[in-house]
Design a protein around this ligand. Structure first.
Ligand code: NOJ
Length: 705
């Protein structure tokens, strides 16, 4: 291979599909033929992908196939709920299944790699990218990473329906300063290892083909050039042999980070740190030849990365058959099954935050329904901030879903206001709709583009004039003694205490994808009992952020009658809703926690059982969390740490149980030297419906050497 051909394999350019056909941004198809671009992102459609592939395979000197990549984050054409919504399922099998289906659909269009899963732990809802990931908990992040990698890559990476997974964004992208996108990150080595690395470790162990470093720096070292964490942690320590692909233009941005003087230096820093593919900066193509001349890199450095890229293409089966993906259209039955899965998963992703006096489900008695709000009939918004090949039309809206579910009811609809605009002229008409309605459903929230990349927010309330609309509607509903239900659409927990206080029931519907409206209707009408549990704590005030359940204890824990304790003068410490919160149409009572053995040795395992009974009037699924708290350790442990989740579905009046098994090794922690230790002493085992200590059953066991 010539140097230019080698650097081509290390280059990823963006393609798009213009009216006249596929175009490569800032480049030409000549580059593919010349072999100086080996990887493309953002090209969609099997015809276009294959046409481009033919240029590489038939017309380039070495006939090396192109790797086609795209952000297939929560579905390709059929959209599943956004990741933070799906996290509410706490169900690795479901996570794997949606990833499998997304992979099949994308592969049928010729794609071979997805920039997913996004497994960045986020404890800051100001950060818009919270929507793309698993929420605040590292254990959940790790389980989601494994499930998504397994689902995306399938049993065999070379299969026509397998995608290479790119776990991103490595790492500690979530704690950007003040929740501001792309800002600097500065956290302790311990938090890095305990909170932000575990999901990536899980992704590597699950066999992720690729990893993408984050845009951000960690204490002054941009991740794109972080040799210790890329080459050191990932490759040397975890044995990761896959491809590191930079984020979009991230190698070029090393210059603005202030650690490289020019493209040659930037390219050398990234390559030396272990980054194999340069996405969109052209620093490798243009800068590495200069860096070679200056002695900043060697040919061996370049060859190492080229081998890794070629090995990935080989594993994907591209050399055997570059047209394997995208050669067989999917059957209608396969597409219909996928759509059904999207509906089931969407319904299970909904988190019922409140339900006063059993306002929900509405059941058959609601003959006339007033549906109000700018998100009631907003197909494009249901997609969330990534949508791959899903067009703006075609997502089922709440209006459509409710009309389909309640064909004999009259459903009157008024948006009232737009999502963000200031115009309030539509409010009176919307309020009037409530007059003759049996119930009111308010569909409120963010636009999809208000979360995702480059979508940090400093105010986490409802945008525009939605509060004005909601207050007017709530007042009218109350005056008429009609139930008012709020459905919240958002890519993050919102801060809406006034709404929580005044609506009869509130559902967090996040962005649920293609089947959003049907899923919402199923929950509202009671055909499905909500079972989602929030994977992020909901704050009561922005000043509480970062807010998460797994804090360390304070030496001066909050005490309302003691001034000098850890609290706010003007807000409570408690979240509006804790991690794991979510109501169902059942009423579950947990009792009889038993944990054995009472004394546990390092090689052993503990078993916890708890009885669960449904004392409500409806069948439902309960989610039970197992937390631990190491009460006395040389390094203070978090007040709660999640170690397991179990589910049980019970009929009204039925009694069942859930069981957890936990290897003692899970009770190790990083000691003072950051090495894992199993420290003898007492450990509290806590089991219950969410991370609110008051709702947990607990018992204490002993660890012994
Ligand atoms: C930038 C984003 O940070 C990353 O998540 C994404 O995969 C790339 N752009 C490619 O679209």
């Amino acid at each position: 291979m010539t140097l230019a051909e080698k650097l081509g394999q290390l280059t990823m350019a963006a393609a798009g599909h213009a009216v006249t056909g596929p175009v490569i941004a800032g480049d030409s198809v000549e580059a593919i033929k010349a072999g100086i671009i080996g990887n493309l992102l953002n090209l969609m459609g099997a015809d276009h992908v294959h046409a481009m592939q033919r240029l590489a395979v038939e017309q380039s000197r070495l006939h090396i196939p192109v790797l086609f990549a795209l952000d297939v984050t929560h579905g390709y054409r059929t959209l599943f709920p956004v990741s933070l919504a799906e996290a509410s399922l706490f169900d690795p099998e479901a996570w794997a299944l949606t990833a499998r289906e997304a992979a099949k659909e994308a592969c049928a269009d010729g794609i071979a790699m997805t920039f997913a899963p996004m497994i960045d732990v986020s404890r800051d809802p100001r950060w818009g990218r919270s929507v793309e990931g698993p929420g605040e908990d590292p254990w959940v992040g790790a389980r989601m990473a494994e499930a998504k990698v397994r689902g995306t890559q399938g049993a065999e990476l070379a299969s026509a329906d397998s995608l290479a997974a790119v776990a991103k964004h490595y790492c500690a992208y979530g704690p950007v300063t003040a929740g501001r996108e792309y800002a600097s990150v500065d956290i302790s080595e311990r938090t890095l290892r305990e909170v932000h690395l575990p999901p990536f470790e899980a992704a590597v162990r699950a066999g992720a083909a690729s990893i993408m470093p984050a845009f951000t720096d960690l204490a002054g070292i941009p991740m794109t050039a972080h040799a210790a964490l890329l080459d050191g942690w990932l490759r040397a320590r975890l044995g990761f042999e896959g491809v590191l692909v930079s984020d979009y233009n991230a190698i070029g941005e090393l210059i603005r980070h202030g650690i490289a003087a020019d493209a040659a230096e930037a390219a050398a820093l990234a390559l030396k740190a272990g980054v194999d593919i340069d996405m969109m900066a052209s620093c490798y193509r243009n800068g590495l030849p200069v860096a070679l001349n200056r002695g900043l890199v060697t040919l061996a450095d370049i060859d190492r990365s080229v081998r890794r890229v070629l090995a990935l293409k080989e594993r994907l089966g591209l050399f055997d058959d570059p047209y394997r993906r995208g050669s067989a259209p999917e059957t209608d039955a396969a597409i219909a099954r996928r759509r059904q899965l999207a509906r089931d998963v969407a319904a299970r992703s909904i988190v019922m935050l409140t339900n006063r006096a059993d306002a929900l489900p509405l059941e058959g008695s609601a003959r006339t329904l007033a549906l109000v709000g700018p998100l009631a009939d907003a197909s494009a918004e249901m997609r969330g901030p990534w949508w791959a090949a899903a067009g703006p039309e075609g997502q089922v809206t709440a209006l459509e879903g409710l009309r389909a579910a309640l064909p004999r009811s009259e459903i009157r609809y008024a948006p009232g206001v737009a999502i963000e605009a200031q115009d309030t002229a539509g409010i009176p008409a919307a309020v009037e709709l409530c007059d003759n309605a049996d119930a009111v459903v308010l569909c409120l929230g963010e636009a999809a583009a208000m979360s995702g990349e480059a979508a940090s927010r400093a105010h986490l309330g409802l945008p525009g004039q939605q509060r004005l609309l909601a207050e007017a509607v709530l007042e009218r509903a109350r005056a008429r003694s009609k139930p008012a239900i709020a459905v919240l659409f958002s890519g993050r927990p919102l801060i809406v205490p006034w709404l929580i206080e005044r609506a009869d029931a509130v559902l967090a519907a996040w962005f649920l994808g293609s089947e959003a409206g049907n899923a919402i209707a199923e929950v509202i009408t009671g055909r499905v009992s909500p079972s989602g549990r929030t994977a992020m704590s909901w704050p009561q005030a922005v000043g509480q952020i970062p807010l998460f359940y797994g804090e360390r204890p304070s030496g001066r824990p909050a005490n309302p009658v003691d001034h000098y304790t850890s609290k706010y003068l003007d807000a409570p410490n408690e979240p509006q809703f804790p991690f794991g919160h979510g109501l169902t149409y059942g009423r579950f009572v947990l009792s009889d926690l038993t944990v054995t053995p009472e004394t546990l040795q390092e090689g052993g395992a503990l078993e916890a059982r708890v009885a669960v009974s449904n004392e409500g009037r409806k069948a439902a699924e309960e989610t039970v969390f197992l937390f631990v708290h190491d009460k006395l350790a040389r390094v203070a442990r978090p007040v709660l740490e999640l170690k397991g989740v179990a589910k049980v579905r019970l009929q009204p009046g039925e009694r069942g149980s859930v069981r957890f098994e936990l290897p003692a090794s899970e009770l190790r922690f990083l000691g003072m030297d950051l090495q894992p230790v199993f420290e003898p002493g007492e450990v509290e085992i806590l089991v219950g419906p969410c991370a609110d200590r008051k709702q947990l059953l607990s018992t204490t066991i002993r660890l012994s050497a």
